[in-house]
Unconditional design. Structure first.
Length: 264
């Protein structure tokens, strides 16, 4: 009988469904072959070594590629982190980290990204690119500047909330009407990234939604910011869980502004 139970348990493990949101960690070592002629392009990376946003990634990648096209820039979309090497990065002006999660870069690949930013390359990081699955010191300090602490769950997982533009004259916020009431998954952080040198562009009004007591940040609840300390232009937006958001004209304009600004 014990042997039978052991066999049944083993079969249950084999047949257990794999959660597509947690595909497992992979390390890329062979760089992709880039299309001929890419120069001053937009590199769109949705590599997932943490939570995978299967709901929005296919659609948001297409929207980001369309934005690049409308800006007159070639784009390349990949989930192969081996593209982070000096030679291939030199063909791009900006890297968009589209909910790239987990420590998706090897130390060598992260060093190549750091050199890219030090040369003046831009980074646009979106949603899960700023969650707490990122632990590398350079990435946390340069790209995010804060530690993700959670978001509402259950019935409050997706809510409308009031986003207020703090710096309306910044190029990323050009043409954005404030306040704006999008629906999304609202991230909270361990503190205001402004205390770590970031410049806040937009923040949440916590009175406009239900964050839950443990996730309250107070009057200053940033959701979009830039890093003015780096030579390359770095922008982060905590928004982006819902695929519908990428069709919102306001968010699409913010993404367009951000890519244009980061790419100089």
């Amino acid at each position: 009988m014990l042997k039978l139970w052991a066999i049944l348990a083993a079969l249950a493990l084999v047949q257990a469904p794999v959660d597509p949101h947690l595909p497992g960690r992979t390390i890329d070592t062979v760089a992709p072959t880039l299309p001929v002629g890419i120069k001053r392009g937009v590199l769109i990376v949705s590599k997932t070594n943490g939570w995978r946003h299967i709901e929005h990634i296919p659609h948001s990648n297409a929207v980001l590629a369309d934005i690049a096209k409308r800006l007159g820039r070639p784009s390349y979309t990949t989930e192969n982190a081996a593209v982070f090497n000096d030679d291939q990065l030199s063909r791009f002006s900006v890297v968009v980290l589209n909910s790239a999660s987990g420590d998706f870069l090897t130390p060598e690949q992260q060093a190549a990204l750091a050199r890219f930013v030090a040369r003046g390359g831009g980074v646009v990081a979106l949603h899960a690119a700023g969650d707490n699955s990122h632990t590398a010191a350079w990435y946390v300090d340069t790209v995010i500047g804060a530690t993700f602490t959670g978001h509402p769950g259950g019935a409050d997982h997706i809510q409308p909330a009031r986003v207020t533009v703090v710096r309306p004259r910044h190029p990323v916020m050009a043409g954005i009407s404030s306040p704006w009431m999008p629906r999304d998954e609202w991230y909270s952080f361990d503190g205001n990234p402004a205390t770590r040198g970031m410049t806040i562009l937009a923040q949440l009004d916590e009175a406009s939604y239900r964050p839950g007591d443990a996730l309250r940040m107070g009057a200053d609840h940033p959701v979009m910011w830039i890093n003015p300390r780096s030579k390359g232009r770095v922008f982060y937006s905590a928004l982006g869980h819902e695929p519908q958001l990428y069709d919102d004209p306001t968010y699409r304009r913010i993404l367009t502004n951000a890519i244009r600004w980061a790419a100089r």
